[in-house]
Ligand binder design. Structure first.
Ligand code: ADP
Ligand code: MG
Length: 321
């Protein structure tokens, strides 16, 4: 099988490359052609996953396809965008038909869930790596930026945190699976391999949230990005941070809280908005929790039950440090 047959078989004909409301031309030409609805901006984001760094060697191909796309689409959710299309630049050590079939099925499963279409890409030989570029539409002036947080806003998260990071030793098989309760293991693996981009919430928050992002590096580190971009201080009440039950069951409360604060890989949204928006928001999105507030100042403050600063041990994953 040559490169062109590979593209035809596993990508052009795959479920994820069919249709797409705003896709006028998909895979096969020099470029794809996308339509933006009138009055919309195009939201674009790229993510690269390298084997051995962002996912373990011998990762199941179906799960990898699913996770790689979910992680990329999460950025569209964080902007309040509606997904349109994505490209896939895939570097493969060899052509392995069974691997490609499973990968393209995993990709298709997540693409269907997110209503996004594969519109092109590039295929090269080398150490396994993939780059996804996702594109979406967001009404002009309504994209959810990091820079709009206002003093007096409440700070919210879209759901429980910590499962993504707690799952890593399970994914890497560093913990004997026999020692973990089956449902805990299943929840952790699902959190890692099948993150749920918060698209519906992101779209709901258009024109409501003043600042938003998706939590990929840990709550503290990511809130630091909002604080900096918005020139404000984000105060977080440690006791209000929702911690994933599966993380607590695996690691105990203290280590699970660490995962929630600093672990990353959760792909929930953190956002700020006026308190009067809360009732309606939580009616529609019951998992949303208030974890703190926006005040004058700079940086992120983690507070204990008495409102005293908690010393911060770690603050999120960073490459090159
Ligand atoms: P070009 O040489 O013009 O860049 P290619 O031969 O690399 O084109 O690709 C042919 C077509 O297949 C293009 O439309 C490209 O977007 C698409 N394509 C290549 N690799 C992939 C892939 N991994 N997934 C989806 N589409 C792909
Ligand atoms: Mg090419």
């Amino acid at each position: 099988m040559n490169e062109f047959e590979l593209i035809q078989h596993f990508f052009t004909r795959s479920a994820c490359a069919q249709g797409g409301e705003n896709v006028s031309l998909g895979i096969g030409d020099d470029c794809a052609l996308l339509q933006l609805p009138a009055g919309h901006s195009c939201a674009v984001s790229t993510d690269t996953l390298v084997c051995g760094i962002h996912f373990p060697e011998n990762s199941p191909a179906f799960l990898l396809g699913q996770r790689a796309l979910a992680v990329a689409v999460s950025d569209l959710a964080a902007m309040g965008a509606t997904p349109i299309g994505f490209t896939l630049a895939l570097t493969l050590p060899q052509i392995d038909a069974a691997w490609l079939q499973a990968f393209s099925e995993g990709l298709s499963a997540m693409a269907q869930r997110c209503a996004i279409t594969l519109v092109g890409g590039d295929t090269t030989r080398g150490p396994l790596a993939m780059t996804m570029t996702v594109m979406g539409a967001v009404p002009k002036q309504q994209a959810l930026l990091r820079s709009g947080a206002q003093v007096g806003d409440v700070l919210c998260v879209s759901g429980p945190l910590g499962a993504g990071a707690a799952a890593v030793p399970v994914v890497l098989a560093e913990i004997d699976p026999q020692t973990i309760a089956a449902d805990t293991q299943q929840q952790l693996l699902a959190a890692y391999w099948s993150p749920q981009p918060q698209l519906r919430l992101g779209q709901y928050l258009r024109g409501k949230a003043h600042a938003a992002l998706d939590i990929s590096d840990g709550l503290l580190a990511d809130c630091g990005h909002i604080a900096k971009a918005s020139n404000v201080c984000l105060q977080i009440q440690q006791a209000r941070v929702p911690v994933a039950t599966a993380a607590q069951q695996l690691l105990g409360d203290a280590a699970a809280l660490d995962c929630a604060l600093s672990g990353g890989d959760d792909y929930q949204l953190a956002f700020t908005l006026a308190a009067h928006e809360l009732t309606q928001l939580q009616q529609q999105f019951p998992a949303v929790q208030v974890v703190g507030q926006v005040c004058a100042g700079a940086g992120v403050q983690l507070l204990d039950d008495l409102g005293q600063p908690v010393s911060q041990r770690r603050s999120g994953y960073q490459h090159f440090t």
